[in-house]
Design a protein around this ligand. Structure first.
Ligand code: ADP
Length: 393
């Protein structure tokens, strides 16, 4: 714990002179783990939070060398770090908030943030370390990284929107061919009576060609399906609260400091929904981003995500804003691809959202919002009756 000595934080602290009762109170209540060591690295004080964090009682820790709380390489090098600092006054690691690793009683290591101060005690120099466990924070960061990885799938789905256009074009060819082969065959068969023998052979050929084209069309459709799906269906019982908070965090990331008055009002009675989490988060992400973009010039920026029981076993989710509302020309073709009023817009967000919601058995629609802007509503299947799978939080 000592490559951390910071001259700037050195300040005469009379900690060890304070009354026992006061000292005990401080050690019991200081929220971060607090450890005081002497020049030799011997632990003199060990707070309650430190006991919880490392798994040692104060009685066991006091008198031991602080090295025991570090994993290698710091553990082996700690004495050298201390000696070097004592001789040269040169701090190796300066500053509040050094991030390093610590070691619990059971040998497991965990990330910590460490702030160190130097104390001038009666019997020489003492060092106070305040330690914060970063495990939770790192878990949250990992979760964010996972979400970002999942987003790459989402962008694949978005790219699908433009691809769908190309594919529709491609599908047109075999469909037109099938239609003209069928038409040709009908002509060859004639209006009435038996068609000549040579025509029968041509009809057979036309039908073979038509069926080949139909197979080709099928292949195109299959290719598209493979492209958008990630294998088997990923529908599970999910908590709406989690979907919304994560999607909102992502949607609002990078929008810079904003004056948006953002509120999540979810009905806890309808929190469980049966969905593909990533896809529904994509819908929420689209709607929230659209709302934020729509309100850019609004003097009053209100964004609200709400849920309530819907009809026929569904949950209704609403994303409302206080923006200018839908432009009439957009409203007329809402949810259709390539319909955008934005300079850099693709006009795909809402059409993809509709595809996703409808594939989930729900529907999506827009109405004026109570805040004077737009409210997008969509429904999802409520999952109260279904056994919940274990979730990782
Ligand atoms: P894009 O955002 O790329 O334009 P979308 O399909 O998500 O594509 O949206 C289509 C259009 O719908 C937008 O360009 C915008 O004109 C309109 N729109 C969507 N959401 C809102 C909203 N909350 N308020 C006002 N207009 C909206």
């Amino acid at each position: 714990m000592c490559p951390f000595i910071n001259n700037q934080t050195a300040q005469p602290m009379a900690l060890l002179n304070t009354s026992d009762a006061l000292q005990r109170t401080i050690l019991a209540t200081v929220p971060d783990a607090m450890i005081v060591i002497d020049e030799a690295g011997t632990i003199l004080l060990f707070s309650d939070a430190a006991s919880r964090m490392f798994g040692y009682d104060a009685g066991e820790a006091i008198g031991q060398n602080v090295r025991g709380l570090m994993p290698n390489p710091d553990r082996d090098r700690h004495d050298d770090y201390m000696r070097h600092y004592m001789e040269t006054g040169e701090a190796h690691v300066i500053g509040i908030g050094r991030v390093t690793n610590a070691r619990r009683r059971d040998g497991s290591t965990f990330p910590i943030e460490l702030a160190v101060g130097e104390v001038l005690g009666e019997h020489g120099r003492l060092f106070t370390g305040f330690i914060r466990d970063l495990t939770e924070m790192q878990r949250a960061e990992r979760r964010l990284a996972d979400l970002q990885a999942e987003l790459s799938h989402i962008s694949r789905v978005s790219a699908m929107g433009s691809l769908a256009n190309a594919l529709a074009h491609e599908l047109n060819q075999p469909l037109t061919a099938i239609s003209s082969y069928a038409e040709g065959a009908r002509t060859l068969l004639g209006e009435d009576g038996m068609p000549p023998e040579e025509n029968i052979a041509m009809v057979r050929e036309a039908l073979a060609d038509a069926s080949e084209q139909a197979l080709r069309a099928g292949q195109i459709v299959r290719r598209l399906r493979e492209f958008i799906s990630r294998g088997e269906s990923e529908r599970r019982v999910e908590r709406l609260r989690r979907l919304v908070t994560e999607a909102a965090a992502l949607a609002l990331t990078g929008t810079g400091p904003s004056g948006i008055d953002f509120e999540i009002r979810l009905d806890p009675a309808v929190d469980k929904v049966l969905v593909d989490r990533i896809q529904i988060q994509q819908v929420l992400l689209n709607l929230i981003r659209n709302a934020v973009e729509a309100m850019q010039r609004s003097p009053r920026q209100i964004l609200e995500v709400r849920s309530r029981p819907g009809t026929r076993g569904m949950v209704e989710v609403t994303v409302s804003d206080s923006g200018p509302g839908l432009a009439p020309e957009v409203a007329a073709v809402l949810f259709q691809p390539f319909n955008t009023s934005k300079e850099k817009g693709m006009g795909l967000g809402l059409s993809i959202s509709r595809t996703i919601v409808e594939a989930h058995g729900g529907r999506i629609w827009a109405e004026p919002s109570e805040f004077g802007g737009t409210a997008f509503h969509f429904t999802l299947e409520f999952a109260a009756e279904i056994t919940e799978e274990p979730q990782d939080g």
